[in-house]
Design a protein around this ligand. Structure first.
Ligand code: NAP
Length: 257
């Protein structure tokens, strides 16, 4: 163990869906702690722009980027193999890629249900399985699955997302059951309502905004910066005996009615 429990220098971290949004900020947090970062997404142009920005911020030699679809088993196997061959062993995996789809249950198409399940849940199985092959052989690795308050709490119009994020917590436990003994720590981070570009319309909606402020014991929206500390902790030696937990970073929303 290094002198700094939270130092990630020299460790390779793949963050899925890090070309933008929360994944990008999680990747920046891990880079700040010293990690070598593999950025990821499907859109090549967005990925290239983020890679250029990160290279400026953290140094070209610590930034890589790979594009593949996390719902495509073959593409995932190829992507992980390429990263391990060209960058090095993946020590930290953040399963962050995810999508939302809002529609009442009676109007939810099977295809949309499947797409949401594939992107938010099956993806973590596929990427986690491929990354774990190397981690298990090396006897070390950190996997962080990005859940949600919908891991615990339902809301109308987001049934598929709620089912997927609930499943992701149990997948985190299943991975722990099989892999903890071999030296891997698998945990979840469940962000609450985070003020991002994506949620700006909800912040601007007076009714929704005041509901969030009243419903959140901390009395404010979360920020992407609020997520970086827990992510660095769960990626570091500081969490070596933390196994199968899902940490809610939600200002207390899920513990108070
Ligand atoms: P976002 O801004 O829409 O970013 C999603 C990222 O995932 C992008 O990089 C996207 O890139 C990638 N992605 C989506 N589908 C993919 C696929 N099939 N294969 C590969 N990459 C894919 O989303 P976000 O709001 O930051 O959310 C990130 C995670 O946090 C999600 O798991 C979400 O459920 C969770 N979360 C978000 C909030 C919130 O308030 N925003 C709250 C709780 C939890 P491409 O489109 O280029 O592929």
């Amino acid at each position: 163990m290094g002198s700094n429990l939270f130092d990630l220098t020299g460790r390779i971290a793949l963050v899925t869906g890090s070309s933008r949004g929360i994944g990008k900020e999680l990747a920046a947090g891990l880079a700040d702690a010293g990690a070598t970062i593999v950025l990821h997404g499907r859109n090549a142009a967005t990925l290239a722009a983020t890679a250029a920005e990160f290279a400026q911020r953290f140094g070209q030699e610590r930034i890589y980027s790979y594009a593949f679809d996390v719902t495509d088993a073959q593409a995932v196997a190829g992507g992980i193999a390429a990263i391990e061959a060209e960058v090095g062993p993946i020590r930290i995996l953040v399963n962050n890629a995810g999508i939302q789809h809002r529609v009442p249950l009676l109007e939810l198409d099977v295809a949309d249900w499947q797409r949401v399940l594939d992107t938010n849940l099956t993806s973590a199985f596929l990427v986690g399985r491929e990354a774990a092959r190397g981690m298990l052989a090396r006897g070390e690795g950190k996997i962080i699955n990005i859940c949600s308050v919908q891991t615990d709490l339902a809301r109308p119009t987001i049934a598929a997302y709620t089912a997927a994020k609930g499943g992701l917590r149990n997948l985190t436990r299943a991975m722990t059951a099989e892999w903890a003994g071999a030296g891997l720590q698998v945990n979840g981070i469940a962000p609450g309502y985070i003020h991002t570009e994506m949620t700006q319309n909800l912040v601007d909606d007076e009714k929704f905004n005041s509901w969030i402020l009243g419903r959140t014991p901390a009395g404010r929206w979360g920020t992407v910066a609020d997520l970086a500390g827990p992510a660095v902790w769960l990626a570091s030696d500081g969490s070596d005996y933390v196994n199968g937990q899902t940490i809610f970073i939600d200002g207390g929303m899920t513990v108070v009615v």
